[in-house]
Design a protein around this ligand. Structure first.
Ligand SMILES: *[C@@H]1O[C@H](CO)[C@@H](O)[C@H](O)[C@H]1NC(C)=O
Ligand SMILES: *[C@@H]1O[C@H](CO)[C@@H](O)[C@H](O)[C@H]1NC(C)=O
Ligand SMILES: *[C@@H]1O[C@H](CO)[C@@H](O)[C@H](O)[C@H]1NC(C)=O
Length: 423
């Protein structure tokens, strides 16, 4: 992490140095103390930002995205302890941490949270909600959760909180194809000649920031040695999901030693499962996937592959570069009936076909059957291995959108910000 004091021009006496150190320390302490009462309960208005102590501007930020006060606030806020510790003081010994990553679709998040509230066993664990951007409506929903411990984190480097500078749009950014040759603009075109779109790169940045933060950056999870389950703001979670993922992660070593992960849903997002009496080992899907720290270490080891691949989709990046670089097929274990359904509008992913149950108005008609309420996995079952499934794989060149060296650099910085080493 950057040395917070590095940029101060303190060439004078040691006394002066001490004095300023003291002043900065006091302002940080004051800021920490005032955050819960003021900033945290309302949105960050420009006025708030102007009043923020200027000394804090450069603290704890990565060099490529330095100088945004809101970043510093979010960075600080991320250190707040989970909510609901009074209701759920302890986590169960074998808990699977759940990470829900969200952007701005509150009508979806409401559905997801409502479905989570009915999940058997959820009170035993910690739910981490990772935000891409700062949105009041989203906060309200998360703050209303009472069914388990909840920790909120916000990416301090989300393009949505930078106005006028990278990772947001800056005035000097190249906009159209060929601009880089004609003008003195900033930015590198992708393999198709297009320049970056902050709105679109934010998804991959957020995913990578979240992964690094959850595994390596939070006191709550830094030492977690079990699995972490990842879900999104447009996933409907069935009541048996938590017990099912616990069962699958327990069975994984014995039933499928080659499996890297356990999934709640089939990799084909249109499928609700086969309903037969067998476990399934198949390619990693992007709905309700869970893995442990040793798998994270292998992923983190491929930070360069992840950050330099010219595709703005985190999942396609994983399928086309990271997983193939492991040297063996990457299977995940799942049951024969889904415990999670993707219902969101699919328009977020350009260049991809419509997939899954695409519902626009937050009206979701997903039927929960009796069999979705209890674990419907039998420990005696065998495993069917689905080989050679269709989908993105090594050799795919990417949809582009990720050609700007600044995005690649920020991405690499995320991989080292908690480790202080080069990936
Ligand atoms: C923050 O860093 C930038 C770039 O190094 C520098 O120009 C600016 O003066 C710094 N701001 C403060 C308040 O130290
Ligand atoms: C967030 O969602 C609201 C409501 O749908 C919309 O008005 C706003 O423009 C969105 N903001 C961003 C940055 O997407
Ligand atoms: C984590 O998962 C991998 C892949 O399933 C497995 O080989 C490894 O033993 C697990 N590690 C721990 C500490 O359980």
């Amino acid at each position: 992490m950057a040395n917070p004091w590095k940029n101060q021009r303190l060439k004078d006496s040691a006394l002066c140095r001490l004095g300023i150190l003291f002043a900065v320390t006091v302002s940080i302490v004051l800021m920490l103390a005032s955050v819960p009462r003021t900033a945290l309960n309302k949105s960050f208005s420009d006025n708030d930002l102007n009043n923020l102590d200027k000394h804090l501007e450069n603290v704890s930020l990565l060099s490529v995205a330095r100088g945004n006060e809101m970043s510093v606030r979010l960075h600080t806020r991320n250190k707040s302890p989970p909510r609901n510790l009074d209701l759920y003081p302890n986590l169960a010994k074998d808990h699977v941490v759940i990470v829900l990553y969200v952007h701005n679709r509150s009508q979806y998040l409401r559905v997801t949270v409502e479905s989570l509230s009915k999940v058997e066993g959820i009170s035993e664990t910690l739910l981490i909600v990772s935000h891409d951007g700062y949105f009041e409506e989203m906060n309200k929903i998360v703050e209303s959760i009472k069914f388990c411990q909840v920790k909120q984190i916000f990416s301090p480097y989300s393009p949505h909180i930078f106005q006028g500078s990278f990772p947001g749009v800056s005035a000097n950014d190249c906009k159209n194809k060929g601009d880089e040759a004609k003008t003195h603009c900033e930015g590198n075109p992708d393999q198709y000649g297009n320049h970056r779109s902050p709105k679109i790169v934010s998804l991959k940045h957020h995913w990578w920031w979240m992964m690094n933060t959850v595994w390596d950056g939070l006191v709550e999870t830094k030492d977690h040695d079990g699995h972490v389950l990842f879900i999104e703001e447009d996933h409907f979670i069935f009541p048996n999901a938590y017990r099912s993922i616990q069962t699958l992660t327990r069975l994984k070593q014995e039933k499928c030693p080659d499996c890297f992960a356990a999934n709640l849903a089939p990799s084909d997002v249109k499928s609700r499962g086969e309903g037969f009496d067998s476990l399934v080992a198949e390619r990693m899907g992007n709905v309700g996937y869970s893995f442990n720290r040793s798998v994270w270490e292998r992923i983190h080891h491929k930070a360069k592959e992840f950050c330099f691949f010219d595709d703005y989709n985190w999942d396609i990046t994983m399928w086309a570069t990271v997983f193939p670089s492991f040297g063996s097929p990457v299977y995940t274990l799942r049951g024969p009936r889904t415990s999670a359904v993707h219902f969101g509008k699919c328009g977020l992913h350009q260049g991809r076909g419509e997939e899954g149950d695409c519902i626009d108005n937050g009206i979701v008609n997903i039927e929960v059957k009796e069999t979705d309420k209890v674990v419907n996995i039998n420990k005696e079952w065998g495993v069917r291995v689905f080989e050679h499934q269709p989908g993105y794989k090594a050799g795919f060149k990417g949809w582009g959108g990720w050609g700007d060296k600044r995005d690649q650099r920020l991405c690499l910085d995320f991989a080292t910000m908690y480790r202080g080493e080069s990936p």
